[in-house]
Design a protein around this ligand. Structure first.
Ligand code: AHG
Ligand code: MN
Ligand code: MN
Length: 337
C-alpha cells in the first residue's frame, strides 16, 4: 500500500517499528525538529510584519553578519530540541561552542548539528530559505559531550534532513533507507508524505554555481564549467542551463526533483579558504541525502561522507548531485592532482 498521505511522524514511527533495537527516540527527536520547523515557517512567513527582517548587528564564529532571523531561528531550534529527553548536546552554525542541554532537563544518547536558517542572505528579498539538521549518536559513556564528540564522519549519521521555506514548506528526510519528501499542511499542522523514495536522475544538463567566483576557482572546476558554457558547440555536445538561488536547501531540493549538479568549490579568496559551506551542518547532511537518493557528493578529491571533521565549524568544498556529472568533475580533479 502506498505511504503517500501519511504524516512524517507516523512514517518515521512505522519505519522504526521494523528496527528491533528501536527505542522510539528518533520519532521523538523528529517530533521536536518538525515542531521547530513549523514555528520557523510561521516566523519566516510573517517576518516583515513583526519587524524580523534585517541584520542583528552581530557576527557568528565565521565572521558572517547575523540576520535577526539567524538568531531567532537558532533559539527556536534550541528551545524545541532541549525539550526532548533524547539529546546529549547540540551544535549550531550560529553558536561558537557546543550547546549543552539546560540543567535539570533529561538527557539522552543523540547529538544534533543544525543550520537554523540556511540561505539567510535571501530572507529580506523573499527567496526560499531553510533549516538543515544532522543526527549523530553520542559516543558511549559520554555524559557531557564536547566538540570532539561531534566530530564524526558523515557515514556515522543516523538521520539527516532539511526543511525548505518556499512557496511550499517541505521537509526532506533520510534515515539511511532512501529519501522521502513531506509537504507541510498548514491546516492540519502536519508534514504529509508527498514525495516518496526521491531519486536523482543520473544525467543532467543543469549546473548551479556562483559564477562571480569564477576567477578564483581551481583548474578542474574552471574546465568543467567552461565545457558546460560551450554547450552544444563544445565537447559536451549539449546545451546546459544554469541556476543559482544562493540557498543550498533550495538548490538541493531542485537537484532531488529534476537532477543537476550543485557546487561551491574551493576558491582562492582568503576568507573562504577551505571552501564556503560547513561540513557538519551543511555538507555532511546534504551528502547523506544526495547519496541516499542515488546521487554523489565529493570535495573533488574525497567523498564528503568519509571526511572525519577536524573542527565543528570546518568548511569544505562541495560538489553534489547527479552521479555522472559529479564523477566527471571528480575525474578532472584526479587527472590534475
Ligand atoms: P547560510 O545562510 O547558512 O550562511 O548559508 C548560505 C550558503 C548556502 O546556502 C548557499 O549555497 C551559499 O551560502 C550562497 O553563497 P553566495 O552568497 O556566495 O552565493
Ligand atoms: Mn547555510
Ligand atoms: Mn545559516
Amino acid at each position: 500500500m502506498s505511504d503517500i498521505g501519511k504524516s512524517l511522524i507516523q512514517f518515521i514511527d512505522e519505519s522504526q517499528h521494523n528496527e528491533p533495537s528501536s527505542t522510539g527516540a528518533l520519532t521523538s527527536l523528529m517530533t521536536c525538529i518538525t515542531g521547530a520547523c513549523k514555528e520557523i515557517a510561521g516566523l519566516v512567513k510573517h517576518s516583515p510584519i513583526n519587524g524580523l527582517n534585517g541584520i542583528a548587528g552581530s557576527e557568528n564564529i565565521q565572521g558572517e553578519v547575523q540576520k535577526k532571523l539567524d538568531i531567532i531561528t537558532n533559539d527556536v531550534m534550541v528551545k524545541h530540541l532541549s525539550s526532548t529527553e533524547h539529546l546529549a548536546a547540540m551544535l549550531s552554525e550560529e553558536v561558537d561552542e557546543v550547546i549543552n542541554i539546560p540543567n535539570g532537563l533529561p538527557k539522552g544518547n543523540y547529538l544534533v548539528a543544525f543550520d537554523p536558517l540556511d540561505g539567510s542572505s535571501n530572507i529580506d528579498v523573499n527567496i526560499s530559505v531553510g533549516t538543515i539538521f544532522s543526527i549523530l549518536r553520542c559516543p558511549a559513556g559520554v555524559k557531557e559531550p564536547t566538540a570532539v564528540d561531534f566530530m564524526q564522519a558523515g557515514t556515522d549519521q543516523v538521520c539527516a534532513g532539511f526543511c525548505v521555506y518556499g512557496p511550499m514548506t517541505m521537509m526532506v528526510v533520510t534515515t539511511g533507507n532512501g529519501v522521502n519528501g513531506f509537504t507541510l499542511d498548514s491546516e492540519l499542522g502536519e508534514f504529509i508524505l508527498t514525495h516518496p523514495e526521491m531519486t536523482i536522475p543520473e544525467e543532467t544538463a543543469e549546473f548551479a554555481v556562483n559564477m562571480s567566483n569564477q576567477r578564483f576557482w581551481e583548474p578542474p572546476v574552471k574546465r568543467y564549467i567552461d565545457e558546460c558554457l560551450k554547450g552544444a558547440d563544445g565537447e559536451r555536445e549539449k546545451d546546459f542551463n544554469m541556476r543559482w538561488v544562493a540557498s543550498m536547501v533550495a538548490e538541493v531540493y531542485r537537484v532531488l526533483t529534476r537532477g543537476g549538479i550543485f557546487l561551491y568549490p574551493l576558491d582562492t579568496k582568503p576568507k573562504t579558504q577551505g571552501g564556503k559551506l560547513r561540513l557538519m551542518y551543511e555538507a555532511s547532511p546534504m551528502s547523506f541525502i544526495v547519496e541516499q537518493a542515488g546521487g554523489a557528493s565529493s570535495t573533488g578529491l574525497k567523498r564528503i561522507m568519509a571526511i572525519k571533521p577536524e573542527g565543528i565549524h570546518q568548511r569544505v568544498p562541495v560538489i553534489l548531485g547527479s552521479k555522472k556529472e559529479v564523477e566527471r568533475l571528480v575525474s578532472y580533479h584526479q587527472e590534475r592532482y
